[in-house]
Write a new protein. Structure first.
Length: 395
């Protein structure tokens, strides 16, 4: 290539790139943006706040800020922890579902429940926040198929086979890695296999975030439909128990599923845990006094993170590290198997550029900067999940 031609080409490349950088906002707006994991419902109940209030500075998300962040469809996590079990977990899940229905009914012009791809289309076209539900933890069905049916009927469109706690039929990542004695082998037992088959029949997506490796491989062997990891990162870049190993990532490709990236600093950055421990140790006296009024470790840390925001900015990872996880997946298995599952309002620290849901467009900015095409970005932001959602439908 002659010199002049190469100068012309690189100059025009520069113009194109800077134009693209400026247009990230409009591209983000045009894309169907789907976040497959948000814990507002649990946080709202805990903090006694409603999603249709202005909660800036209090939560990561609320109805109006979702719009500002360009989020078209949000999968809300239906969740209770391991303190709920037989006789209580299913009821609590229903209470959470009630609270989502209530806020949707109060805001019929701004929100709608999405139960199938046609609903999703309609929500996007009518500019309402498509509101989906994912059941985060198999313990909420209390070992009963009829409870699974009931949660599906009410709108649950994925179920995370386990949360951090194992069930009688599936072992969690936390328990498997800790070598906990469950009184039965790790993985899915007969009931677990039956539940996965039943989810396939219903059209309920199998979510493998939080599950142990044995459960993961069993589920992938049994399922006839694509699965998701609704909120997980990569083990290669941050080796924590519930991030996905390269072998698991390759299995997801074979299954035609998708891995939705979690924004939690501790899943994104392998150095976060140590840095955060040092930060907490420095403020231990204050933390102890907070714990006297609210015994939740999670909220005590959240309080300190917010109070000492400037100090925490040196502890939190950058958004670029989160996108490194995405690049890692794309390099391994291509662009068709990755998306976002922020875990907003379920985490007490996120990358420093992603303070709340309104910062979502910065993801698109970084993707453009790294050379992803418009088509790729559409897939990442929502298209890949829509493909999996459709593939799980039975009618
Ligand atoms: Zn989770």
């Amino acid at each position: 290539m002659n010199k002049i031609l190469s100068v012309v080409i690189s100059a025009s490349l520069f113009v194109t790139q800077s134009a693209e950088a400026q247009s990230y906002k409009s591209l983000h707006k045009k894309a169907i943006v789907i976040d497959t994991h948000n814990d507002f419902i649990s946080t709202g109940i805990e903090k006694n706040k409603s999603f249709d209030q202005d909660l800036k500075g209090i939560t990561h998300s609320d109805l109006n800020r979702m719009k500002k962040g360009g989020v078209d469809v949000q999968v809300f996590s239906i969740f209770c922890d391991e303190n709920y079990g037989m006789g209580t977990a299913f009821a609590y899940a229903n209470r959470e579902i009630d609270s989502l229905y209530a806020v949707v009914e109060r805001n019929p012009k701004k929100m709608m429940i999405v139960k199938n791809p046609a609903d999703l289309d309609l929500a996007v076209k009518s500019k309402k926040l498509g509101s989906m539900m994912g059941i985060e933890g198999g313990h909420m069905i209390e070992d009963r198929i009829d409870y699974l049916d009931s949660l599906y009927k009410r709108g649950g469109r994925y179920m995370t086979l386990t949360w951090n706690n194992s069930t009688s039929w599936a072992s969690s990542a936390a328990d498997e890695r800790a070598g906990k004695d469950l009184g039965h082998p790790y993985g899915l037992n007969e009931l677990g296999e039956k539940i996965v088959r039943h989810m396939n029949e219903l059209g309920m997506i199998v979510d493998i975030s939080h599950v142990g490796e044995k459960t993961f491989y069993d589920a992938l062997r049994i399922t006839t439909k694509p699965v998701i990891a609704s909120h997980s990162c990569t083990y290669a870049l941050c080796p924590v128990p519930r991030n996905m190993t390269d072998d698991q990532i390759r299995m997801i490709k074979k299954n035609n599923g998708t891995i939705q990236l979690n924004f939690y600093s501790g899943f994104v950055d392998s150095t976060f845990r140590l840095k955060n421990n040092n930060f907490i140790a420095k403020h231990q006296q204050e933390k102890d006094s907070i714990l006297k009024t609210n015994p939740s470790d999670f909220y005590a840390n959240l309080f300190l993170h917010e109070k000492y925001k400037d100090e925490m900015d040196n502890v939190r990872p950058s958004l670029t590290l989160l996108i490194d996880h995405l690049d890692h997946i794309v390099k391994l298995i291509g662009v068709d198997h990755v998306g976002i599952g922020s875990d907003f309002d379920g985490i007490n620290s996120s990358p420093r550029e992603l303070n709340d849901v309104t910062n979502m467009p910065l993801l698109t900015k970084e993707l453009l900067k790294r050379g992803y095409s418009k088509e790729d970005i559409y897939k990442i932001l929502g298209g890949n999940f829509i493909r999996v959602f459709k593939a799980n439908q039975n009618n």
